[in-house]
Design a binder for this molecule. Structure first.
Ligand code: DGJ
Length: 556
């Protein structure tokens, strides 16, 4: 009794002294607040096995710092934390936190517990071997799959127990410093090969009434549901009666079981240490059906089921390995889901896509996958471990004037410099971004007062070496309007001309290339005029140059 009163008092005092990381959520955009300050997650996710030994962590984290990341998304797995039942080993976690601090990185931990990409491969051996106590899902033929059952109380309790111990440990070692800022619960949950679990228990539940919690939610939110199938007319019945007699109804059922499971995990973990929590999604693209794609994950058509079942989860994160970047980001940037990209295929064009995510979608974060494999400089087409970085004079992430840096590194340095500016304009009409490519070679940004910025790919000028090529690479910029005629442009490969609704002509009053110091001070790198603005006709950042320019317009 005395112990629990003391622990309650302690938590009240601790909480009031150190506000823990939290999400400032505005519905369609959000940002994480750490040490009482907002931040963008200018991040990268490690490959699955790259933070599993202390040696790797020690070797890799300094490289991440040089790449310009402010946050690393690092897996932490059940098999390493609880190798024997009830015996915990937090040494890998401690090492991640320690090396992150040494390299000025924040950490988002990815909990590889009961499921990692549908499978239960990251559960410890003692769990795997005891499939009586920890049952698996079954396919239609009654064959168990290597996927733990989302309906098993034993699975949930065991997963929750270690997850909560981990949260307690993070709280104990990190509440002050706040290196760990967010938690991903499981990884790309979804049932593979089948749309739902066909075990006896699951089938019994599937044939019983849909819970009132879900039908009430659907009724209450009927006008803002993201899937027509959930707009039901009657609110009493079994899953197939309410949602249709097919695999898509089965998928809704399975999603419900996953969401409830995740809610139990998140709620219990947050009760110990209230960090923001999210889940990530494996997409359902390429005309696949549920089960062919991981069924029942936090997919765009199941967002309402997940929101209802797992209210402790703040964000449904988008993992993007498919074509259609603009389309997918639009589908996950919703009135009730801020855009967070915990994974995207690691490619040079992520340099442009990151700008678009932060500038156009007010994204919380952007994180290419297996980021440790990305080279710092362009000359290094091979392994980054072979690069002689000691000779590189560009290790300061607040410096961006090296043409040697790889595209994503250059872009991240611009983002790190302008982070306070972007944060200041998030959620306002004064910030937007464009992403140009072979199909979309020009576009406009229109402001409410009738000012229009016409933004084209620099290849459209025909001056640059790549302009004659058949396929134009992606180019992008963020535009921030600081005042009526005062703008900042951040990007690469764009040319801007202007017009006003009042019909007046618009000219460039002044243009300069700038940099921002760590303290947020703008410094002029050079005054741009003459050839650099085509004698006052346009604002331009050549392709493959990564720059911040400040310009003022005037009417005549
Ligand atoms: C998505 C998963 O979430 C990652 O852990 C990793 O397996 C990648 N796919 C691999 O491409």
């Amino acid at each position: 009794m005395i112990k629990s009163v003391l622990s309650l008092l302690c938590s009240i005092v601790c909480v009031s002294l150190f506000a823990q990381p939290k999400l400032e959520n505005h519905g369609d955009w959000a940002r994480i607040i750490v040490n009482d300050k907002p931040m963008l997650i200018i991040g990268g996710e490690l490959g699955n096995s790259s933070a599993s030994t202390q040696e790797d962590i020690r070797r890799i984290f300094p490289h991440l710092h040089k790449l310009g990341l402010n946050t690393v998304l690092a897996p932490i797995s059940w098999e390493l934390l609880e190798p024997q039942e009830g015996e915990y080993d937090f040494s890998t976690l401690d090492h991640i936190i320690h090396e992150a601090r040494r390299n000025e990185l924040k950490v988002v931990l990815l909990w590889f517990g009961a499921w990692k990409n549908s499978m239960s491969c990251y559960t410890p051996e003692w769990f795997k071997r005891d499939n009586k106590r920890f049952p698996r899902v079954h396919n239609k033929n009654g064959v168990p799959l290597e996927e733990a059952s989302s309906l098993s109380a034993n699975v949930l309790e065991a997963d929750k127990k270690i997850f909560c111990s981990m949260m307690q440990h993070i709280r104990d070692v990190d509440m002050n410093e706040q290196t760990v800022i967010m938690i991903q619960v499981e990884n790309e949950i979804g049932m593979i090969t089948e749309p739902r679990d066909y075990s006896k228990d699951a089938t019994k539940m599937y044939n019983s009434q849909v819970p009132k919690q879900l039908t009430d939610y659907l009724k209450k939110n009927t006008k803002r549901l993201n899937n027509n199938r959930l707009q039901i007319k009657t609110y009493k019945g079994t899953w197939s009666e309410l949602f249709g007699n097919d695999i898509y109804a089965e998928e809704i059922f399975q999603a419900w079981t996953y969401a409830l499971y995740v809610e139990e995990m998140a709620k219990a973990g947050k009760a110990i240490y209230n960090l923001p929590m999210y889940v990530n999604v494996a997409l359902n693209s390429r005309n696949r059906t549920p089960g062919e794609y991981p069924s029942a994950g936090p997919l765009a058509h199941l967002i309402d089921v997940w929101h209802c079942g797992a209210p402790s989860i703040s964000v449904l994160g988008l993992d993007l390995y498919d074509k259609g970047y603009r389309d997918w980001t639009g589908r996950y940037h919703l009135p009730n889901n801020p855009l967070f990209i915990p994974e995207i295929r690691l490619e040079d064009h992520d340099a442009m896509r990151a700008l678009y995510a932060f500038g156009h979608h007010d994204a919380m974060g952007f994180c290419p996958f297996s980021i440790e494999n990305y080279p710092l400089t362009r000359q290094s087409n091979s392994d980054w471990r072979n690069i002689d970085i000691s000779k590189d004079d560009q290790l300061n992430v607040f410096s961006s004037n090296s043409s040697k840096l790889s595209p994503l590194v250059s872009s991240y340095r611009l983002l790190r410099q302008t982070e306070p500016l972007i944060l200041k304009h998030q959620g306002t009409k004064d910030m937007d971004a464009v992403l140009l490519d072979n199909d979309t070679r020009e576009t406009d940004i229109k402001f409410e007062d009738g000012t229009v910025l016409h933004i084209s790919h620099t290849y459209s000028l025909g001056w640059e070496p790549g302009a004659k090529s058949d396929k134009w690479p992606e180019a992008a910029c963020i535009i921030i309007r600081q005042d009526k005629d005062d703008y900042i442009v951040i990007g690469s490969g764009i040319v801007i001309t202007f017009s006003k609704a009042n019909g007046k002509m618009v000219g460039i009053a002044k243009c300069e290339q700038v940099e921002y110091s760590q303290e947020g001070e703008m410094q002029i790198v050079r005054h741009l005029n003459g050839d650099q603005t085509h004698q006052g006709r346009h604002i331009r950042i050549p392709f493959d140059n990564y720059q911040i320019q400040h310009f003022r317009l005037y009417e005549y």
